[in-house]
Design a binder for this molecule. Sequence first.
Ligand SMILES: [Zn+2]
Ligand SMILES: [Zn+2]
Length: 260
Amino acid sequence: MIKSNLHTHTTFCDGKNTPEDVVKEAIERGFDIIGFSAHAYTPTNSQWCLKKEREEAYAKEIIRLKEEYKDKIKILLGLELDYYSEVDTSQCDYTIGSVHYVYKNGKYYGIDSSPELFQKIIDEAFEGDVYAFIEEYYRLVGDVYNKTKCDIIGHFDLITKFNENGEFFDTQNPRYKKAAYSALESLLPENVPFEVNTGAISRGYRTEPYPAKDILQIIEKEKGRVIITSDSHQKETIDFYFDEAKLYAESTKVHIIDEI
Ligand SMILES: [Zn+2]
Ligand SMILES: [Zn+2]
């Protein structure tokens, strides 16, 4: 059994610790593989993304750590690409493809910032129709492999982040299901693994990982694969909720992989 986490953030983007601190923690916790997935630069130039001028330094530092710790742990250089990221990935060992924004009326709207901003997107960009927002989100998710050629699909149903108790919409609504399932239909033939991502649990927004169980069940049925990650932004959460996430995924009998 290999212990791995390919979704981690550091001080190169919006994480709290340096990559070297994360590597040391990972060794201490018995990891075999640790991957770094800084938020790639996006045209919105958000403060949580890797700055253009830091891209080279980031790659250099991860490659240095790879060499320095090669007897203790396998280190991978990755990037978490947003749907709208336009960056060079030639040095990367892998990438994660994630949708964090919808683009509407000439404006980028970050979908996972806060419940208040989530409501603002519904009102301002979708004239109060939350399902129109959801349809646009899943249209992008369904196209994320095509757009980024990523190796892992990031937090498939991130749009549910602030909706644990149905605050904004009903995941049983036919419009929700149709949007989510058609994104799955586009992605599953690509055979790219989906994350089972515990990030929103460690930050107190959810009690279950992404994606929801009915989505996992479809992935299982269509012979898709998943990989467990913690989307950690600090070294203490590099394996947060991993045992529970494994049981959660196993309960659907979906094929779980540890590396790519
Ligand atoms: Zn993300
Ligand atoms: Zn992330």
